[in-house]
Design a protein around this ligand. Structure first.
Ligand SMILES: C[S@@+](CC[C@H](N)C(=O)[O-])C[C@H]1O[C@@H](n2cnc3c(N)ncnc32)[C@H](O)[C@@H]1O
Length: 180
């Protein structure tokens, strides 16, 4: 599959997200902050830089001012990236999804709406490193509890979900976390 970034960025708009009728109610400020770290296009450069330097307060302030914009922007960005996957899977029966590096589970919400599979959500929730220092060691910044809460708020049953948290010592192969 060839990915054309420019085309992806124009493949959907906010009104398409609104039409899906999703619930964002489970996304508290902390989950929104994680979403901002995972999707840094949605937050200010200042908030990102300060967080990388170990100061989360500017992002906390930004969330107070424009939380729903951050959430909507992240959902749209992820939805645009999801559409080629949906096209590739069209007509398939998808029974199980294992999402490694699932973040806040937003891709999984879209997969749930289209395919209703069971999920194994895998991520590293926290590392000493902040942000994208992953080339040598990886870095984790997710909450599987809030990913699960988002899926459940959007109709997925808890019995369809498993969570596996990788530790920061993830030199071990991610495969160890699988519970399929
Ligand atoms: C850029 S975010 C993307 C999150 C989500 N998949 C999305 O599309 O929005 C990258 C995620 O990968 C996780 N991550 C980084 N290294 C990882 C590893 N070695 N194993 C599992 N998860 C990892 C991070 O904690 C973070 O949640």
């Amino acid at each position: 599959m060839t990915i054309d970034r420019a085309a992806i960025d124009q493949s959907a708009e906010l009104s398409d997200i609104e039409k899906l009728g999703l619930s964002f109610d489970s996304i508290d400020d902390q989950a929104c902050a994680l979403l901002g770290y995972q999707r840094t296009k949605q937050i200010s450069r200042k908030s990102r830089k300060m967080w990388e330097a170990g100061n989360p307060r500017p992002l906390a302030r930004e969330i107070k001012e424009r939380k729903q914009d951050i959430i909507s922007g992240a959902f749209l960005e992820i939805y645009q990236e999801y559409l080629p996957l949906r096209a590739a899977l069209a007509g398939e029966e998808i029974k199980k999804v294992c999402d490694i590096g699932c973040g806040q589970g937003i891709n999984d919400v879209f997969l749930f709406k289209d395919f209703s599979p069971t999920f194994t959500l895998i991520d590293i929730e926290q590392t000493d490193n902040q942000y994208h220092f992953w080339s040598d060691e990886g870095s984790g910044y997710a909450s599987l509890a809030s990913a699960q809460a988002l899926l459940v708020a959007n109709g997925c049953k808890n019995r369809m979900l498993r969570r596996s948290i990788l530790t920061k010592h993830h030199g071990r192969r991610p495969g160890m976390g699988l519970t399929l």
